[in-house]
Design a protein around this ligand. Structure first.
Ligand code: LLP
Length: 418
């Protein structure tokens, strides 16, 4: 068994007690399980085994250097969404040919960086961007590999804030426009269209939209080939979800079963950009109770408690931003009778909540809790609001908990200010 589970009643990460890790490194604290990351990466790789594919881990989900390096050592390639993420990928040892560069608003400086490196492909979002890449490449006397990000108008059936494949979303080029666009772009001397790309959303737990997007790419690739623009690869993006509440959801194998038969028709190699599916369950946020107080007012249930934690929206934005559910569990089971609680953060925002209506066993000041499945879009979305400091991060590997990012200090933050 890997990851977070109970041993003699206490939550551990790969056998290492979380209370010992919190005692050593303080809270709020991100803890990751290296074996879980490896297992989940390999599950996707195995599911697509036998068909030419490359997994480009989406750095945006979590790009702490030690995690990025671990993914590289497992054989992953990288999907970067900014010059910063490309730089992190390079520092982690990826070579440019292993990096795809996506993003809806790439600046000229970012494009030049990617062009000069010679990344595997720049996933382009508009005709304007293609023309900028062509001009910048001409100035450098190079030909740049691009993939056209297609907006297939597919409903990913996920939270609206993380749906990207509908025509009302800002992402990609409307699918109906792509053939004409490729005819024009094919005439540009300094870009080479090597791929088609679609990413229709995140935390997708129904395979149908993913299959639908794959179908759209395969059909379009066939049409483009007939038009005289043969391409090399289909990039099917990321999006495969995880279970945040323990209910069953499709896994890597279901995903491959849904999309591979369709993709196979194309004969083209595929690029995958999974983020969350690999890293979400591999991370937990440890937080301690700083205050417990009864809810007041006529509407509040008399037995409702506010449990105020030392972590909130600054450490995990997802509950506030997407109404996301994360399990919140006491690290050491107390045996006390569970009572209804709103688990909130310490920030001056009413929506600063980690979990509403939770049954927690007699929470006491100082108790340690774990917010589970926080490995993806947790640490990377943290902020300094209220002059709070970014949490430290620890990775457990081989039964050993190692600090992979120290806690930020106020000096770190103020170093930027004049
Ligand atoms: N590729 C592209 C082009 C993307 O935009 C994304 C995610 C991915 C790959 C990786 O998707 P994944 O496999 O992780 O679903 N902050 C939100 C999620 C935003 C996802 C943005 N794009 C959250 O916490 O739910």
């Amino acid at each position: 068994m890997t990851g977070f589970y109970r041993q003699h009643g206490a939550l551990v990460c790969d056998g290492v007690p979380l209370d010992a890790i919190a005692a050593a490194h303080g809270t709020p604290l991100y803890v990751y399980s290296a074996p879980t990351i490896a297992e989940r990466y390999r599950a996707i790789d195995r599911a697509f085994d036998g068909y030419p594919h490359a997994i480009h881990y989406a750095l945006k989900a979590n790009s702490t250097l030690a995690i990025t390096r671990l993914l590289r050592s497992l054989g992953s390639h990288a999907d970067a969404n900014s010059a910063g993420e490309i730089d992190v990928a390079m520092r982690a040892g990826f070579i440019p040919a292993q990096i795809v560069f996506t993003g809806v608003g790439k600046t000229n400086a970012e494009l030049v960086y990617a062009i000069d490196l010679g990344v595997r492909s720049i996933n382009v979002e508009s005709e304007g961007e293609i023309r900028r890449i062509d001009r910048l490449s001409r100035e450098r006397n190079v030909r740049t590999r691009i993939a056209i990000r297609v907006n297939p108008d597919v409903d990913a059936k996920t939270h609206p804030h993380i749906s990207t494949g509908l025509k009302i979303n800002k992402f990609g080029i409307p699918i109906g426009d792509v053939r004409a666009l490729c005819a024009r772009a094919g005439a540009l001397p300094n870009v080479e269209i090597v791929g088609l790309h679609a990413h229709v959303g995140s935390q997708i737990t129904s395979m149908e939209p993913l299959a639908h997007a794959a179908r759209a790419l395969v059909d379009l690739a066939r049409e483009l080939a007939a038009d005289g623009t043969p391409i090399e690869h289909l990039d099917i993006g990321g999006g495969l979800g995880v279970s945040y509440d323990g209910s069953p959801v499709p896994g890597a194998r279901d995903y491959a079963n849904a999309v591979l038969p369709i993709l196979r028709e194309s004969g083209l190699s595929i690029v995958l950009e999974p983020g969350r599916h690999i890293i979400a369950p591999a991370g937990a946020l440890l937080t301690r109770v700083v205050d417990v107080k009864p809810g007041g007012g006529a509407d509040a249930a008399p037995d409702r408690l506010f449990v105020v934690m030392d972590a909130g929206m600054t450490e995990l934005l997802r509950p506030m931003m997407y109404n996301a559910f994360h399990r919140i569990e006491p690290v050491v089971a107390s045996g006390a009778t569970p009572i209804a609680c709103d688990v909130v953060g310490p920030l001056c925002e009413s929506s600063d909540t980690l979990g509403k209506d939770r049954m927690l066993p007699g929470p006491q000041v100082g108790d340690l809790y774990a917010v589970l499945d926080a490995g993806a879009y947790g640490s990377v979305m943290a902020s300094n609001y209220n002059r709070r400091l970014l949490p430290a991060e620890v990775m457990v590997d081989n039964g050993q908990a190692t600090l992979i990012r120290r806690r930020q200090t106020l000096e770190d933050v103020l170093a930027l200010e004049i």
